[in-house]
Write a protein that binds this ligand. Structure first.
Ligand code: NAG
Ligand code: NAG
Ligand code: NAG
Ligand code: NAG
Ligand code: NAG
Length: 424
């Protein structure tokens, strides 16, 4: 079992207070920091993957008998939001792969262990339950009217994670990177009274940044002058005390030399940020996504809530064979139980190969070993892409690190610019 393999590893977790910066008033948008959770020493599951490609968009409860294998939240990025009046700080996983903003609330009918106190709606003067006739009550599919006319929701992530509670409206304060606090009224969020899953005790919920109506991005859009946002995630190896930055609004779009872009693909009623990957080059050798040559539109989606990149089996096998053939070392064979299929013993990260992800529209995104090989323990570096049994994949956060990534949801484009995020 994965947990046993890594039992001795100390997980460093450093929560740094966000003293952030930048902000020129709400209308031009603002920036805030993301806190890096160090150490993805656990395999990732297919949480987000099921969410978008699986049958479980309906958010019904899903239980896996062996939830240890679907551990999440190593290598996550946390975003701080202050909720209510007086403001109560919440650190939630920054997740472009889901739509709801929620936190654990008292009273808890069932909550996972959390170090900080949980949000108590009775102590906030600005809290109000969302009435069940509000349009937003039905935006995530599972809002139902309780006898008390509150909008009770159930929201699942396809893996072991599930939150149930009441949709509410609150004032949310985001402290920008300049230290300036911006308060936004009547933001809809989930007050989770019954939450399960393999969350870390520092994670107080999830900040959904997806394309659905209730995501933070969608709710902030009209307030910051547009449905646009960007972020620059610190790579895994970075000192976890250095924070990553996320920005919202018109001014957040990345431009300049080295920027490439690819269209976002919309799919029926699905809200993740789908993109089309035609293939990945390993060095100069192109490995096409599909061996038949037919690439379906929107075959992957971008997800900051998933650490490794998840790739359909057929493509994965061809990709890994090529990666292996270009590394002049013998893999460590006994790491497969961790979810990683290809690992090497090495004191420092590998020297190569460079992978280039070919997105539709000609965008080539070059990934260096810092973005493709992750040390689950000292002196072992593993290929940070994992196989899944479905037709579509997930573009995870390791591969997104050290890129300025921005989303223009009005033009349905995502931009990538290689960037040293420590200097941003
Ligand atoms: C909490 O959620 C779990 C899983 O969905 C469910 O089995 C349980 O009945 C819920 N508990 C309460 C008090 O609602
Ligand atoms: C709605 O949620 C509230 C708060 O968790 C709970 O007390 C109530 O029983 C729920 N109602 C229904 C019908 O599930
Ligand atoms: C590729 O897609 C086209 C149109 O969707 C289809 O007609 C063709 O049979 C496909 N080819 C293969 C090899 O799957
Ligand atoms: C893998 O094998 C090596 C050499 O046989 C051994 O030193 C190491 O402890 C093993 N690792 C695991 C996770 O079993
Ligand atoms: C990934 O590949 C390994 C080895 O081929 C296999 O044992 C495992 O079941 C695959 N995992 C998934 C999720 O398909």
């Amino acid at each position: 079992m994965a947990a046993a393999d890594f039992g001795a590893v100390t997980i460093l977790f450093v929560l740094i207070a966000c003293h952030l910066a930048a902000s020129a008033g709400v209308n031009s948008g603002f920036s805030a920091n993301l806190i890096h959770r160090d150490s993805p020493n656990s395999p990732f599951s297919s949480k987000s993957f099921n969410k978008a490609f699986g049958r479980r968009r309906s958010m019904r409860p899903v239980f896996y008998p062996n939830s240890a294998q679907v551990r999440r939240d190593k290598g996550q990025y946390l975003m701080k939001l202050s909720i209510g009046n007086p403001p109560f700080d919440v650190y939630g996983i920054a997740d472009t792969g889901s739509d709801l903003v929620w936190t654990q609330c008292v009273p808890c009918h069932g909550c996972y262990k959390q170090l900080n106190a949980k949000f108590d709606p009775d102590k906030s003067s600005t809290y109000s339950d969302l009435p069940c006739d509000a349009q937003e009550c039905h935006a995530i599919g599972t809002g139902t009217c309780s006898p008390q006319h509150t909008c009770n929701y159930t929201y699942g992530y396809g893996g072991a994670e599930l939150t149930q509670g009441v949709l509410a409206k609150e004032t949310i304060t985001i402290t920008s990177t300049s230290g300036e606090a911006t308060s936004l009224k009547d933001i809809v969020f989930g007050c989770g009274h019954n939450n399960t899953g393999t969350f870390n005790e520092n994670e107080m919920g999830i900040v959904g940044l997806g394309g659905g109506a209730l995501s933070l991005v969608s709710q902030l859009g009209p307030l910051v002058g547009g449905h646009k946002f960007s972020f620059c995630l610190m790579p895994f190896h970075t000192d976890p005390s250095i924070e990553s930055k996320i920005s919202f609004g018109e001014a957040s779009l990345v431009s300049g030399e080295g920027v490439v872009s690819t269209p976002l693909v919309s799919k029926e009623d699905k809200t993740p940020y789908f993109v089309t990957v035609e293939g990945i080059s390993v060095g100069d050798k192109l490995v096409p996504f599909s061996s038949s040559g037919n690439v379906s539109k929107g075959n992957m989606f971008m997800d900051t809530g998933t650490p490794p990149t998840l790739i359909p089996q057929d493509f994965y096998d061809r990709l890994v064979a090529e990666v292996k053939s270009q590394i002049p070392m013998t893999p460590v064979e006994n790491y497969s139980s961790s979810g990683f299929q290809l690992c090497y013993k090495s004191k420092t990260n590998l020297k190569g190969p460079i992978l280039t992800v070919h997105f539709q529209g000609g965008a080539g995104v070059r990934l260096l070993p810092k973005q493709t090989f992750i040390p689950p323990r000292e002196e072992v570096f593993c290929f940070a892409m994992q196989n899944v049994t479905s037709d579509g994949g997930v573009y995870g956060n390791f591969a997104q690190s050290d890129f300025f990534i921005s989303y223009d949801l009005e033009s349905s484009v995502v931009f990538f610019k290689p960037t040293d995020c420590t200097k941003e």
